[in-house]
Design a protein around this ligand. Structure first.
Ligand code: ZN
Length: 392
């Protein structure tokens, strides 16, 4: 399936632009017409992180006239392993401004528009309506459903990508011509089931593979060339070095783009995706302690058993003194429960307090009524108690 170009061509290219884009201009499929369309194009990247870095840099180099960036975060040292649009000297700066400076360095003809705000149901339509096409480089389900629904309601193409460890996925969702994200994933996964890259890690170079697929698809749609990734899901395995394709069909029962849609306006996506499950929220409600409280208990010699529920790799990077490692899965499978002491107060911690809350719910229902978990996890501990230790 080929689609007509998304963007009308600009009136002309300047002499400087002709020189700059000459390697595009001599490709018959792009040519002067395609390059003029790129010049007139307005593309929004949600997130200037792992996927946004290669995506934004290549779209800038390719001559996309206007690049919008939605990003409110700041550059952290742990970003630099994969977010190549930012440099060492950008640590602590707003990511949006750092990305803009890099883009301007690559191609001064690009008009960069910054949206330094969190994307929400209240502002998403105002932002998206200024662009021809939306690319999502974020790492959370609430944003993906928000981006998808806004794109369906506005009739915009949505170029999606996702990365985790050595695995990547990409597709183009466009309800006028094919399926949307909800057709592929009608329901978000249960909270805590799918680890984020912050929890599970990601190979830095994987971002380049998936981010460049996203940039490539954007260019094809803008110029109306090739076979867009509409109705197809690309699955990339960097360890096996395999690309697979899966057909994705439009779901007639889709909640937003189906025949009888039940979602006709934007909803509360945080609630829809549930950052923490209801069980975990209930368990943690009156059983959360601060890192400072834990420090006092340790100093006072309280009778506690501190259990870290993260993965061994994470434990190796940094841990709270005296913590014993029992990964979360051993609690979910039940095998960890029999070895827990009943004569000590169980204190759980993880990276930031999400996984430990899930395990807390398991412990409470297994009879460990006085168990607690550390809000903010080992990151909170390092920030407040042992700032000389590394965070990740
Ligand atoms: Zn759909």
């Amino acid at each position: 399936m080929s689609l007509p170009p998304l963007v009308e061509p600009a009136d002309e290219l300047t002499v400087d632009e002709v020189r700059r884009y000459s390697r595009h201009l001599i490709i018959p499929d792009v040519g002067m017409d395609g390059q003029k369309r790129l010049k007139n194009a307005k593309v929004l990247f949600v997130g200037a992180g792992g996927l946004g870095s290669p995506g934004l840099m290549y779209l800038a180099a390719a001559g996309v006239g206007t690049l919008g960036i939605v990003e409110f975060d700041e550059v952290d040292e742990s970003n630099l392993q994969r977010q190549v649009v930012h440099s060492q000297s950008d640590i602590g700066r707003p990511k949006a401004e750092s990305a803009r400076d890099t883009i301007k360095g690559i191609n001064p003809y690009v008009n960069v528009v910054l949206h330094q705000e969190r994307l929400e149901a209240e502002n998403v339509k105002d932002v998206f309506s200024q662009y021809d096409l939306i690319i999502d480089g974020t790492d959370n389900f609430a944003t993906r459903y928000l981006v998808n629904d806004a794109c369906v309601l506005l009739g915009k193409p949505y170029v999606w990508g996702s990365i985790y460890r050595f695995d990547g996925q990409a597709s183009v969702f466009w309800s006028e011509h094919g399926p949307c994200y909800r057709c592929l994933y009608p329901e978000p996964p249960p909270p805590g089931m799918v680890p984020s890259c912050a929890e599970g890690g990601v190979l830095g170079v994987l971002c380049a593979s998936i981010g460049s697929i996203q940039a490539n698809e954007a260019i094809k749609l803008l110029a109306g060339i090739g076979e867009p990734l509409v109705g197809r899901l690309m699955i990339y395995d960097a360890l096996e070095m395999q690309y697979r394709q899966v057909k994705v069909r439009k779901d007639p029962d889709c909640a937003i783009c189906g025949e009888n849609p039940t979602v006709t306006e934007l909803i509360d996506y945080e609630a829809f995706c549930g950052v923490v499950s209801e069980e975990a929220q209930a368990a943690a409600a009156d059983s959360t302690i601060t890192p400072k409280q834990l420090k006092e208990w340790i100093d006072d010699g309280e009778n506690i058993e501190l259990i870290d529920v993260r993965e061994p790799n994470e434990f190796e990077i940094v841990s709270i003194p005296g913590a014993r490692l029992i990964p979360k899965n051993e609690f979910l499978m039940g095998s960890a429960l029999e070895n827990l002491p009943h004569d000590k107060k169980i204190v759980l911690n993880c990276k930031t307090g999400v996984r430990s809350a899930e395990v807390l719910a398991v412990l409470k229902s297994a009879g460990f009524a006085d168990a607690v978990h550390v809000g903010g996890g080992v990151i909170g501990w390092v920030n407040q108690i042992e700032p000389e230790k590394p965070v990740y």
